[in-house]
Write a protein that binds this ligand. Structure first.
Ligand SMILES: Cc1cc2nc3c(=O)[nH]c(=O)nc-3n(C[C@H](O)[C@H](O)[C@H](O)COP(=O)(O)OP(=O)(O)OC[C@H]3O[C@@H](n4cnc5c(N)ncnc54)[C@H](O)[C@@H]3O)c2cc1C
Length: 463
């Protein structure tokens, strides 16, 4: 421990039980681990020096950003052998290059602060998700986070031009290039993006910035069902092109649950089964966007694709609608035990998937409550289940494996993914074995072996 203290300073090696506790459990409180210490390096050089010491002594490292992982990715194991490397002290925006439309940030900068710094420079960093006040950009890149603007801007991996990485042996790869074009061999940065801290430690990144929206439209649309929502997506996408930023599906049950825990949130169009929250943005201040959204949705009302529509009349109203959406995960957490699925299937197959899975789950878990919402525009839904009213939490959670098997087998049969956004962590390793092809697993293990031959980096996660 003294060699780590010599690198990062005594105050940044935390060992007291009460002080390490928050770093040893996950956001959902599903996992609780132990660790030799929580170590907080303050620079890339310190991360590298800590990694070298750990490599010399065979001590595994669990990198941790905002600790909002929903699959136990940043939580150490129970054996107490690892250190948690907490990266929040790497908190500088190193550079904003407005002409190149890029910014270079350190891994520990909270996502909301990255967005804010881009906005201050008159530009947009579009990654946006409900945990943005807490999660850190290094965690977002390590999980290839998605969020509410993927339809237009892509996942986190699409927003990165360069990375700085500390390797398992403590060497530093400075790949902080701000190039949109570079075909000099393998694109190494893509290996680390989405690798959940198992191949290298991200210490900094060059991020792409975009023109800031100057005209926006936010609409809340009541629809008859998921099939209507999918058709609405097609119509609105045709009408607005790539100005359609986000298209979220939300069930009436989600609205009721969220308002039960957060009564101040709005109930924009009560009395329907399903809703869509859509967002469109244009960089031009004089854009006819709002009129085009109104016209597209009015056509949808005439064609009975939409049953009712509210278009936000102010930024506050738009924020209220998004707040309703963003509070669903916290409301479900407060409601009690739940089984979460973060799945994707082709948009065209979503309706059939939802219908088949509901039939199967109703038969297997009578009374189960569905909390279904998410990024329909990306074919990705949070297909969550809550315990039947009155049932005890542990009884319900005991059925997780059966529920998962039903949902993931169906997802696989629809050509989908059992983890669209949140990653694998320690929660979904069995699913990796069941649903990934042997050749995919073999290639992943070979990469892991090549980059981390002694299994120092986040062992027991992903593969
Ligand atoms: C309320 C809520 C809403 C969410 N909504 C979304 C959503 O819409 N879309 C989505 O994709 N996710 C969502 N998530 C999941 C989570 O917020 C994201 O996965 C986020 O990107 C994780 O960032 P973090 O900084 O908290 O990472 P952590 O939880 O600290 O770590 C996540 C993983 O990355 C690794 N890691 C962290 N930092 C580094 C680093 N610098 N170098 C290498 N590895 C590292 C960890 O070891 C771990 O495996 C949500 C979570 C919550 C709680």
């Amino acid at each position: 421990m003294s060699s780590l203290q010599a690198i990062v300073g005594d105050l940044n090696v935390i060992t007291a039980a009460a002080d390490v506790a928050p770093y040893l459990t996950d956001w959902r409180e599903r996992y609780r681990g132990e660790a030799r210490a929580v170590v907080k390096p303050g620079s890339t050089a310190e991360v590298a020096a800590v990694a070298r010491v750990c490599a010399e002594h065979g001590v595994p490292i669990v990198p941790q950003g905002g600790n909002t992982s929903l699959c136990g990715g940043a939580t150490p194991h129970a054996d107490g052998d690892e250190i948690v490397m907490q990266l929040s002290r790497l908190n500088r925006v190193r550079d904003i290059d407005t002409e190149n439309a890029t910014m270079t940030v350190e891994a520990g900068v909270p996502l909301a602060a990255v967005q804010h710094a881009a906005a201050e420079a008159g530009l947009l960093f579009p990654l946006s998700l409900a945990a943005e006040g807490t999660c850190a950009i290094g965690g977002n890149l390590s999980t290839n986070a998605g969020g509410t603007a993927v339809l237009r801007y892509g996942n986190a991996r699409d927003l990165v031009l360069g990375l700085e990485i500390v390797l398992a042996d403590g060497r530093v790869w400075d790949g902080l290039r701000g190039l949109r074009k570079d075909n000099t061999g393998y694109d190494l940065k893509q290996l680390f993006l989405g690798s959940e801290g198992t191949l290298g430690i991200i210490t900094a990144a060059v991020l792409k910035l975009f023109p800031r929206p100057r005209t926006s439209a936010t609409a809340w649309v009541a629809v008859e069902g998921v099939a209507a929502a999918v058709r609405l997506l097609g119509v609105v996408h045709q009408a607005l092109g790539d100005r359609l930023t986000g298209f979220e599906l939300i069930s009436a049950d989600c609205v009721a649950l969220t308002r039960a825990h957060f009564p101040a949130l709005p109930d924009p169009l009560p009395g329907h089964e399903w809703y869509v929250l859509l967002q469109a943005d244009d960089a031009s201040a004089n854009s006819p966007l709002l009129a085009q959204v109104e016209s597209a949705l009015s056509n949808c009302l005439s064609d009975e694709l939409a049953r009712d529509v509210v278009i936000a009349q102010s930024e506050t109203q738009a924020a209220d609608l998004w707040n309703l959406r963003e509070h669903i995960p916290e409301a479900q957490k407060r409601e009690g035990p739940n089984i979460k699925h973060d799945i994707s299937v082709p948009v065209s197959r979503m309706t059939a998937f939802l219908s088949r899975s509901k039939d199967a789950l109703d038969a297997e878990l009578p009374g189960v409550r569905y909390v279904v919402f998410g990024h329909l525009g990306d074919g990705n839904l949070h297909y969550n289940l809550s315990a039947p009213a009155g049932s005890t939490g542990s009884t319900f959670l005991d059925q997780s494996s059966r529920a998962n098997r039903i949902v993931y087998d169906l997802v696989a049969s629809f050509g989908g993914s059992f983890s669209a956004e949140h990653g694998v962590g320690q929660m979904k390793r069995a699913e990796m074995e069941r649903y990934k092809m042997p050749i995919e697993l073999e290639l992943m293990r070979r990469l892991k072996q090549a980059l981390d031959p002694h299994g120092i980096l986040n062992p027991g996660k992903v593969v």
